[in-house]
Design a protein around this ligand. Structure first.
Ligand code: FA5
Ligand code: MG
Length: 417
């Protein structure tokens, strides 16, 4: 850890994180490497690009929503512990018990009751319950995901929640007197809205939400940026959208948002209000803003990288200059899967990351086949190793590669071919 303050310990029987002990069970799948990321808090490091972009976004939200008092309308929470309960991360957000996002192969579990949060939405309900109507949450989130230039097992999200009463939805006194935010009779859910909301309220809220987000994107990238809305589904919002921006000729998904499910507000004691929420990926936005080509660079402690962002003004117009592209090393690994087991590629990706760390640029699934006589499946993966700040020799790559092979044999019970 670069700060010298380690906030975790991993013992055979328990994981200790931020002063709390989590006894291990059959759900535990966090490892030392992942735990080590919890002490980095990149969004709180003054000169990290994620901190610069966070400051621009918070600043935008303060200006966009001026309050009548002298303190900002939105409260900001950026140091909430990343360990959350199943209730916080899933149940409180109406995520069904059998939803794929709960799978052990998708999340980092401390044990059957706690995990490293998979999204900042995990804090929505506790903060609403504490009486807040407008808040932002910034934090590190953890997912067992693919490995490539725009995915990393730890990334950062900024969440916004805004709850509105009748007079916040309809700002005009005369209109507010005429209209309502809730239906009185029974009305069916439709693609446009939830059962209890009026069409008028949803139109106003959707407009406020989408206008805010487009203004935010213009604030970050200028008015010429190309954007598009994509309709999507989240268990905790309806209707829901994703916003994509053009980056290097391709559409890049930068956030999810929607009108909050009314029963979540009810459970949080805010049933008399209607709410919108969004959760955006800070890395994706920062990659576009600074033209950062690889998501691993946010974690770099290399002076050539760090130095470029050492500015006090978060609005400094920085374009990342590649420290020079050092050549990659590509090694393949093929193995027989253990007989009648539940091998998952996610376990392998995780193992590669925990041993290869930031030297692993990409892992791709090359092919699989079934051997009839042996009655076993074989998988082949290609691992691309690249050091961001110096040339990695093939010998160095081979050392990591064989450590990965050995660990795969030992921990995943595969047989190298
Ligand atoms: C969510 O996490 C929702 N909680 C967002 C939300 C909040 C919706 C509030 C509605 C209301 P999603 O899984 O799509 O949604 O992630 C949100 C954003 O995080 C993505 O748009 C993307 O910008 C970023 N993101 C997701 N996975 C990764 C990853 N592996 N690496 C980097 N960024 C990622
Ligand atoms: Mg998404």
């Amino acid at each position: 850890n670069v700060n010298g303050d380690v906030n975790y310990a991993d013992t055979p029987s328990a994981t200790i994180l931020d002063g709390k002990s989590y006894p291990k069970d059959e759900w535990s799948n966090v490892n030392q490497k992942i735990l080590s990321y919890t002490s980095r808090k990149l969004h709180l490091q003054k000169y990290n690009p994620l901190c610069h972009i966070k400051r621009r976004i918070v600043d935008f939200m303060y200006k966009e929503f001026p309050s009548r008092t002298r303190s900002p309308l939105f409260s900001v929470f950026e140091d909430l512990s990343p360990t959350v309960s199943i209730e916080q991360n899933f149940d409180s957000l109406l995520i069904p018990k059998d939803h794929p996002s709960r799978k052990k192969s998708d999340c980092y579990y401390l044990n059957k009751n706690h995990l490293l949060r998979a999204h900042t939405s995990a804090h929505q309900v506790e903060l609403m319950r504490s009486g807040l109507n407008n808040f932002l949450v910034v934090g590190d989130v953890y997912r067992r995901d693919e490995i490539d230039k725009s995915h990393f097992p730890t990334f950062h999200q900024l969440e916004a929640v805004r709850l509105c009463g009748l007079h916040d939805v309809f700002r005009d006194e005369n209109i507010a007197r005429e209209l309502k935010i809730f239906e009185t009779g029974k009305v069916a859910r439709s693609p446009e809205k939830q059962e209890s909301h009026t069409v008028d309220a949803v139109m106003m809220m959707t407009n406020a939400l989408q206008t805010t987000l487009i203004k935010l994107v213009h604030h970050l990238f200028g008015k010429d940026v190309e954007t598009r809305w994509v309709e999507t589904f989240f268990p905790f919002t309806h209707p829901s959208w994703e916003l994509e921006v053009k980056y290097n000729g391709e559409w890049l998904e930068v956030l999810g948002c929607g009108i909050m499910e009314q029963s979540i507000l009810q459970n949080a004691g805010a049933g008399d209000k209607i709410g919108w929420a969004f959760g955006l990926g800070l890395e994706r936005l920062a990659m576009k803003l600074y033209q950062i080509p690889d998501i691993r660079l946010f974690w770099s402690v290399d002076t050539g990288v760090v130095h470029q962002f050492k500015v006090d003004d978060p609005y400094a117009p920085i374009i990342y200059k590649p420290v020079s592209q050092y050549p990659p090393c590509k090694n393949d690994i093929s193995f027989w899967l253990p007989e009648n087991s539940t091998f998952s590629s996610a376990d392998f990706y995780d193992l590669v990351r925990s041993i290869g760390g930031e030297l692993v640029e990409q892992v791709s699934f090359v092919d699989e086949f079934y051997h009839k006589k042996k009655q076993r499946w074989s998988h082949c993966y290609r691992i691309v190793y690249r050091d961001m700040s110096k040339t990695l020799t093939q010998e160095e790559a081979n050392i990591i590669h064989s450590a990965i092979e050995q660990a795969a044999v030992k921990n995943l019970r595969v047989d190298i071919r």
